[in-house]
Design a protein around this ligand. Structure first.
Ligand code: AMP
Ligand code: MN
Ligand code: MN
Ligand code: MN
Length: 274
C-alpha cells in the first residue's frame, strides 16, 4: 500500500504526525507522504516516528494555488524541506491564510455567529487556520448539522463567509517545488467542482508550466474516476500519484491505497530521489 496525500493536525488533520505514521504503518502502508496544507512543519516529527519502521516517509506538502480565479491544490513530493524558495513561498501563503481567517471570523460574527475566530482557533490547537477548523467549530457549536453543511451554508464558494484570496500562482508553486528537487502533482482533479472542459484547461496549463503528475486515485475514488484519470494522465504525459487525502480516522477514511497502474502510465514514486 502507498499513500502520497495525507494530513496531520499541523494543518487540518486530527492526528499528530507521529500518530499518522504509526497508523499508516499498522495498516501496511510502505510509502507515505505527509502533505499538510502550505506547511512542512510536521515532517520532522513524522520522520522521527518513521525511523525504524518498515515505512518510507516522503517529504510532502499540499500547496494552495490561484489559477483563473479558481483554487487548485498542487502536491509537492520528495521536496527538500529547507530549500529557501519553498520555505519562503509557504511562509507567504501562511500569511494569506492568517489574514483570510480573520476575515472569515468577521463575516461569521457579522451574521450573528459569536466567537467564530476564537472557536476555530480552539479547534486548530496551535495549527494555522484552515476552513476545516471553521467547519469543525460551526458543527460543534451547533450552527450546522455536520461539517459538510458548514461549506454549503457558510464557507463554500459564493457563501456568506467565503473569502476570496489570491494564493500563489501555478508558475510560482511549480518553481518552488522544482527548486526544492520535488515532483509537482495536481491533487484530486475531480474535486474542484469544474466542468470537464475546464479540467482539460487546467491540465493543459499545468503540463505547460512543467507539472509532473496527477492524482489518479484520491480518497475513496471510484473505478470510473480511475479509468478517466489514467486516460488523462496518458494524454497529458503526466505520472500517476495516489493518495487518500486522509484527515481523520473514520470507517470510510483511512490512510493507504492499493492500486495497479497500467504500463503506459509511470508512477510518480518511481522518480523519487530520497
Ligand atoms: P482551505 O485550504 O483553508 O480553504 O481549506 C480547504 C480544506 O477544507 C480542504 O482541504 C478540505 O479539507 C476542506 N473542505 C473544503 N471543502 C469541503 C467540503 N465541501 N466538505 C468537506 N471538507 C471540505
Ligand atoms: Mn484539508
Ligand atoms: Mn486539497
Ligand atoms: Mn488534502
Amino acid at each position: 500500500m502507498i499513500d502520497l496525500h495525507t494530513h496531520s493536525r499541523v494543518s487540518d488533520g486530527t492526528l499528530s504526525p507521529a500518530e499518522l505514521v504509526t497508523l499508516a504503518a499498522s495498516r501496511g502502508v510502505k510509502v507515505l507522504a505527509l502533505t499538510d496544507h502550505d506547511t512542512l512543519d510536521g515532517l520532522g516529527s513524522a520522520r522521527d516516528a518513521a525511523a525504524g519502521m518498515a515505512l518510507r516517509l516522503v517529504n510532502g506538502v499540499e500547496i494552495s494555488v490561484t489559477w483563473e480565479h479558481k483554487a487548485l491544490h498542487i502536491v509537492g513530493l520528495d521536496v527538500d524541506v529547507i530549500h529557501p524558495a519553498l520555505t519562503a513561498g509557504l511562509a507567504r501563503l501562511q500569511a494569506v491564510r492568517d489574514e483570510r481567517a480573520r476575515e472569515i471570523g468577521k463575516r461569521l460574527e457579522a451574521k450573528g455567529i459569536a466567537g467564530a475566530y476564537a472557536g476555530a482557533e480552539a479547534m486548530a490547537q496551535g495549527a494555522r487556520l484552515t476552513r476545516t477548523h471553521f467547519a469543525r467549530f460551526l458543527h460543534r457549536a451547533g450552527h450546522v448539522k455536520d461539517e459538510a453543511q458548514a461549506y454549503k451554508k457558510w464557507l463554500g464558494r459564493g457563501k456568506p463567509a467565503h473569502v476570496n484570496v489570491t494564493w500563489a500562482s501555478l508558475k510560482e508553486v511549480l518553481g518552488w517545488i522544482h527548486a526544492a528537487g520535488g515532483q509537482a502533482v495536481l491533487a484530486h482533479p475531480f474535486r474542484y467542482g469544474i466542468t470537464r472542459s475546464w479540467l482539460i484547461k487546467v491540465l493543459t496549463a499545468f503540463k505547460q508550466a512543467g507539472g509532473d503528475g496527477m492524482e489518479v486515485v484520491s480518497g475513496r475514488g471510484n473505478p470510473d474516476e480511475l479509468h478517466t484519470a489514467l486516460h488523462l494522465a496518458q494524454r497529458f504525459e503526466l505520472a500517476a500519484s495516489v493518495g487518500s487525502d486522509f484527515h481523520a480516522p473514520a470507517p470510510y477514511s483511512q490512510p493507504g491505497i492499493t492500486v495497479e497502474l497500467p504500463a503506459n502510465v509511470p508512477a510518480v514514486w518511481s522518480r523519487f530521489k530520497n
